[in-house]
Every structure is written in structure tokens, then in C-alpha cells.
Ligand binder design. Sequence first.
Ligand code: IMP
Ligand code: MG
Length: 184
Amino acid sequence: MVSKDMEKDIEKVLISEEELFEIVKRLGVQISEDYKDKDLLLVSILKGSVIFMADLMREIKIPCNIDFMAVSSYGSGAKTSGVVKIIKDLDKSIEGKDLLIVEDILDSGRTLSYIKEILLARKPNSIRICTLFDKPERREVDIFADYIGSKVPNEFIVGYGLDYDEYYRNLPYIGALKRSVYED
Ligand code: IMP
Ligand code: MG
């Protein structure tokens, strides 16, 4: 169960608000430089990446468009099956656009690998991935991110958009969840 006081469910703070700000700022500078002659379209994968997206786009100093996509993976439990269903598709055609997929965390890689495949078929000019967090030890498919905020250990993390059972997205920092929360 989620406590009324969310802080009680957090084992430790892994990445503070200040550290998150520095990470996002660095990514913004790099993306602004790399895409200065391109037609940048940021595609946020809902819902985990909303806070990251909102902060990242303000650190990008070149013209860009944004869009959102929501997917759900089939199958239950903590493990993603890799077969994803589109819950909300992009609003517009991406043909000729330089797409940057904005994701919260790359875990097994199955979700992103599927999304990338779907989007590649729509003939964008280019497609890259920007993930705030990467858990490389957990990878099951051959996919990598072009921009990585930070590598994280193999622990379940929440906050700054990331959830456990749809809760904790509103914590302003990244914390490791106490085991008792998911074992109860
Ligand atoms: P993948 O298909 O296994 O790479 O799953 C990626 C998705 O799993 C992310 O977009 C998150 O929604 C979720 N996820 C993976 N690890 C964590 C975590 O530590 N905390 C919260 N969500 C996670
Ligand atoms: Mg999630």
C-alpha cells in the first residue's frame, strides 16, 4: 500500500532535484547543438516522461515541435512483453521530420524497440532516442539510446514522472522504493 506520507515509502534519494536539473540542462545543450540544422520533433512517451519532457524542452534553445504517444504493454506483472498497443497515437505525420523519442527509462528495451519500429515505418528523416535513465544490465533486446541522462542501478526507482502502480510520479526527486511497498 502507498502511505499517505509518500516519503515514508522511499528507501533513499538516488538523484536530487538539483542533480536532475543539471542532467536535463546538459542534455538540452547537446540536443540544441546536434539539431540546429534539423526539423526537430520531440515525441514524449506517456506518462512516465511528462516531467522530463516539460523540463527538457525548455532547455532546448532551437525551434522544435512536440507530440505525445501512449502505449501499453500486453501481459501483466513487472516484466514487459514487448508487444505494445498504441493507446494514443501521434497527431500528425512524421514524414521528413527529425524525431527524438523522449523516454523515462530504458529497461529491457522491449517497449522502445517496438515503438521505434512502428515509427521508422512512417518514414521520418531520422530517429533517435533520448532516455533520462538507463538500466543497461537489464537489456534483453539490442537497442541503445543516443542520449542518456544517467545510468541507474538495477533497483526500482520512482519520482519525477516514474511510477509504481501509477503512484509517486509527483515526487520531485528520484528515489528507490522500499521493498515493503511492493511486497505487501
Ligand atoms: P522496457 O520495455 O522493459 O524497457 O520498459 C520500460 C518501461 O518500464 C519504462 O518506460 C517504465 O515505464 C517502466 N520501468 C522500468 N523500470 C522502471 C523503474 O525502475 N521505475 C519505474 N518504471 C520503470
Ligand atoms: Mg511506467
